[in-house]
Ligand binder design. Sequence first.
Ligand SMILES: Cc1cc2nc3c(=O)[nH]c(=O)nc-3n(C[C@H](O)[C@H](O)[C@H](O)COP(=O)(O)OP(=O)(O)OC[C@H]3O[C@@H](n4cnc5c(N)ncnc54)[C@H](O)[C@@H]3O)c2cc1C
Length: 414
Amino acid sequence: MQRYSGLTLLRHVLTGHRHWKPLWRTPEPKPHYDVIIIGGGGHGLATAYYLAARHGIRRVAVLEKGWLGGGNSGRNTQVTRSNYFYPVSTRFFDRSLQLYERLGKELNFNVMLSQRGVLNVATSLHELELMRRWANAIALNGVDAQLLTPQEVRRAVPRINLNARVPIVGGFIQRRAGISRHDAVNWAFARGADALGVDLIQNCEVTSFTQSDSRVTGVVTTRGVLSADRIAIVASGHSSELARRAGFRLPLTSMTLQAMVTEPVKPVLDTVLVSPSVHVYVSQSDRGELVIGAGADVYHSYMQRGSLATTEAAITALLELFPSFGRLKLMRQWAGVVDVSPDTSPIIGKTPVENLYISCGWGTGGYKAIPAGGETLAYTIAHDAPHPLIESFALSRFTTGALVDEGAAAGVAH
Ligand SMILES: Cc1cc2nc3c(=O)[nH]c(=O)nc-3n(C[C@H](O)[C@H](O)[C@H](O)COP(=O)(O)OP(=O)(O)OC[C@H]3O[C@@H](n4cnc5c(N)ncnc54)[C@H](O)[C@@H]3O)c2cc1C
């Protein structure tokens, strides 16, 4: 693997940038693998990387029906935080944030992590009380969280309109949270996995499974039948369809979640601002665009574009908080198919099929979970036993009733 450094950059500058190598190979599928991962999003790629890097399992293929990172992992608003409510969630998501903090170094790829803080604002005393409870729970779990007065909110976000139709009465911030660059995260894991021998196979859709007794023996794909000792479904909104073809059901709702960006402007916002009740969140990218996150289109859909009504609602909410942004032009709008579970926590681990594993239900908040999701699923596949950090997120919780209801910890209501 070509190492990236200032010296490498200088060498390529001097040779007119003509000799950069592709980030990964384009191999033909082999007839058999130790592990096949279905889905080349962040979670699939990270799982492949950690299987090879931590467990020495290198005969691995990632099968992606489109292009790597073309699903939700390349469509999200990049918010990276660990301010969840329940201890099991905080532990898992903070592990992920810790991995993000050293990801650039580990993968020799700048993932542009910017720990600029995520600030949630409250628009009623009742909401502020709930935030106080939330912040206290997070702090008790050992993660940073600080309540802010309206004046402190204004200092952090000078452009905000505190006296909007619904006045802002305070908020809370996680300062270690922030954003990173989603494409870079996907590409970094892809490059790292490829360098360790993982085959990344694009334009290869899995249509069904080959099975014998209670085991899966392989996958039927648009590029032929491939066999494998172990298989993982990591296909976000399409996971429930794949599970059905393997013979079991997943409690997932697939729906559209959209985001949009304005034209680029000079720095005007240096934190991530979330308003759960006005119902929008916004940050400013390194290119200067304001990245705006909306609520989900709350009906079943497999379309990667959102409805106009939701776009309009998000923009209305944004202008309520930042009237001065009304002069900006909206440049692009897009959406992804998110896989929302009943308690909005992930489903990760073993399945009713013996050698078939799953990582899904990441819904509207799984970008921040990519490193820890990959690390723990790789462990689970390698040991055929759940990693301690994900025991609470097993599929079986929907029969035992031990749900981890993190609905209130989502950026905006979904
Ligand atoms: C608009 C938007 C904003 C978001 N904002 C945030 C945020 O700010 N912070 C955050 O933490 N999370 C956010 N999320 C959620 C986050 O993006 C996802 O939870 C996360 O990316 C899921 O990663 P994944 O690898 O599981 O899925 P994906 O990245 O969707 O990857 C799954 C892949 O599987 C492939 N696939 C599907 N079916 C098949 C098949 N049959 N055969 C082969 N391949 C298949 C798909 O093509 C896709 O590439 C957002 C999502 C959206 C849509």
